[in-house]
Design a protein around this ligand. Sequence first.
Ligand SMILES: [Zn+2]
Length: 443
Amino acid sequence: MTDSLLIENGTVLQTGKTPAVLRNHSVLIENGRVTKIAPQREIGKFTGRRLDASGKLVLPGFINAHTHCYSTFARGLTKTRPANTFMDVLKNLWWRLDSALTLEDCYYSALLALLDSIRHGTTAIIDHHASPKAVSGSLLCIEKAVKETGLRACLCYELSDRDGRQIVREGLEENASFIRHCGQVNDNRIKALFGLHAAFTLSDRTLESASELGNDLRTGFHIHVAEAASDQAFSQRHHGMRVVARLNKAGILGPQTIAAHCVHVNRKEMDILAETQTAAVHNPQSNLNNAVGIADVVLMSQRKVLVGLGTDAMTANLLEELRSAMWAQHLLANNPSVGFAPVVAALFSNNPKIAERIFHLPMGELREGCAGDVVLMDYDPPTPLHRENLFGHLVFGVSQAAVDTTIVGGKVLMQNRRLTLDIDEERVNARARELSEKLWKRL
Ligand SMILES: [Zn+2]
């Protein structure tokens, strides 16, 4: 039997190669994929579930190309020590927090981050997880939350040498077993990459083991690259080469690999990323918050690097991140006209490309054959809206509108701004508060 959903009479925004604003159009989703986009009268007889989208924008679900669900429990944490550098931020906050996480913390922090994603119309996330005192089974705990919410997620465990050899062994095994597990279940909602923290926390020996294992498993890697200048300084001091060159030499780069941040990469490194077809994922709010600098999205794009957009867990709202990326590029170039096209492309063209490489499913666009991942937003344009100014509306107007409905693979996860899942949110929040309070006491 066909599982079908008809989203009727909305204003459909096509944000792919050929942008379009299709008024009074309906979107038919069958067996998880978009099978028809047409004016209502051309849809014909339909007996499945209907959803009225009149007065609403119909958009493809957003993709978050780099985030950390585990950071949910940092919200409101005041027990931090002062941080004057990026290394302080890691040592005084993140490494203390992730080292205190239990498997139950991993599950609840992921569940909350995923519910937040649904509320903001984010339908797929690429997560980077760390819990060095609870490595084994952590990805299965996050997967459980992913399945309960119905979103799509790509998971990995961030391997690093900072906690010693035993944790390295566990990290290697956690990545490998979860990658094998995803291969076996073969579900286009749950995928894996091989996670690595960053070049400066990985010895050559660990990097080599990860590369061997990951390449044997035919997977890509997900790693923080040159997030702060200190990553480059460390690499040159200890390895005599820059970060991207070292990762390339180790066999980490490639079309399925995500290099998060790339704030401090030079032109030569950009060319290596482009040649190896490695995706660079920009996270402007995090970079500004940590005062590490601003990645040169314009130059990377000119040099043919595939630049995507992530939130690094600063938000689940990709349109908010898009705006921040825009302002940051203006500031970097000291020119308010710079960066619009590459930044818009990062979210609307490149994130779909990155996701397709991982999920093996066309997504992030509304056209026939793509994943039925759709968002309905309350936005009645107060000025003309057409294909030439569609992205201007997205940045300056739609980003301020509310997400009304979130759909993944034709399944409605939120409607009329209310979650339709079988999840007791009050109970989840209450348990999360208990767990986070205990976690904070352990710091
Ligand atoms: Zn990150």
